[in-house]
Design a protein around this ligand. Structure first.
Ligand SMILES: NC(=O)c1ccc[n+]([C@@H]2O[C@H](COP(=O)([O-])OP(=O)(O)OC[C@H]3O[C@@H](n4cnc5c(N)ncnc54)[C@H](OP(=O)(O)O)[C@@H]3O)[C@@H](O)[C@H]2O)c1
Length: 296
């Protein structure tokens, strides 16, 4: 029987979902690593509670041999995770990076070669519940950058529980997600309110202005985004239920750091690089950076 050793670094919302989706065949050789202790994976999906014990290391003193390392950290958490990366990544370890933002390979390149890294986008809203379970609101879709890696990547998972897609233009797909989630997220985060605020035409205007700034920067960076994207996003926006929130809003409400660098921050930074004016984005970044706490 084929065996693989798999490590998962970061057992938070997404890391817990991923841990619960590992192909049962590989579970005996799956290892979990997290900053704080974790004894169980607790996920609620389709109104069913899934709970199982794990062995989770909060410190390792020597290098591990892993065939695969799946990294489920937030963008600002990579800097403090370097010691983990140096011990968990061997010369033949394949790395899966699942996070929001752009240039997902960048923080890993000092530990391995680019060919060993698979960048992933995940569409899977997950929120912590008061009962200690993470609530997974729908079936996850993972989009991966490497078509040729599809077979071995999908073999890692219980395929009934997730949808895996490939894209030949990961950069464009990532930019679309950054533009959409940062625009919606910033407005909800600043108002502290859910999508009901978009009933106000002034908020709709602000949404469009921010979205257009993001798209201008994305195009300058080489993303292939059609003008119809603005109407598509706007149609989506006005159909959202009044109660819809965003991860940036959730982070603010829970007093957690906002993923500013992976969202509006990257638009501001790349805009400056390409000399694209982003006045609304800059203003929003300045305000959000003040309400953001320093990274844990
Ligand atoms: N949550 C969602 O609904 C969702 C949806 C789509 C995409 N995403 C993206 O997925 C990525 C992961 O997000 P998440 O929501 O899973 O974040 P999260 O719940 O904050 O989980 C991050 C985990 O990493 C651990 N960690 C942080 N720094 C560490 C370090 N230096 N060493 C070891 N472990 C460390 C944290 O440990 P502690 O237990 O000590 O905090 C936590 O368990 C983000 O890019 C996010 O934007 C999230």
């Amino acid at each position: 029987m084929d065996t693989k050793t798999i490590g998962i670094l970061g057992i938070g919302a997404i890391g817990s979902v991923i841990a619960s989706l590992i192909n049962p065949q590989y579970l005996p050789n799956t290892y979990h690593y997290n900053r704080s202790p974790r004894e169980t994976i607790k996920i609620k999906r389709n109104n069913i509670k899934i709970e199982f014990s794990i062995r989770c290391d909060i410190y390792i003193d020597k290098k591990q041999h892993l065939d695969w390392l799946i990294i489920c950290l937030k963008e600002y958490q990579f800097e403090n995770a370097k010691e983990w990366l140096s011990k968990l990544i061997g010369p033949s370890t394949k790395i899966v990076v699942i996070r929001n933002g752009l240039q997902l390979k960048e923080p890993i390149l000092e530990f391995t070669s680019e060919n060993y890294i698979i960048e992933c986008m995940i569409d899977c809203p997950v929120q912590p519940g008061s009962d200690g379970f993470y609530e997974q609101l729908r079936k996850p879709t993972i989009t991966i950058s490497k078509k040729e890696a599809l077979k071995e990547f999908s073999d890692l998972f219980n395929k009934k529980e997730l949808c895996i897609k490939t894209t030949s233009d990961f950069k464009t797909e990532s930019w679309k997600k950054v533009c959409e989630s940062s625009t919606l997220g910033a407005i909800l985060c600043l108002t502290g309110e859910t999508c009901w605020v978009f009933k106000d035409p002034k908020m709709q205007e602000l949404y469009k202005s921010l979205l257009i700034e993001g798209i201008n920067v994305a195009k300058a960076d080489g993303a292939n985004i059609n003008d119809s994207f603005i109407d598509e996003m706007f149609d989506k926006l006005i159909k959202y239920p009044d109660t819809k929130g965003s991860s940036m809003l959730t982070d603010r409400r829970n007093g957690n750091p906002i993923e500013l660098g992976a969202k509006n921050g990257v638009i501001k930074k790349k805009g400056a690089f390409y000399h694209i004016n982003t006045p609304f984005t800059n203003l929003i970044c300045n305000i959000l950076s003040k309400i953001n706490r320093s990274p844990k």
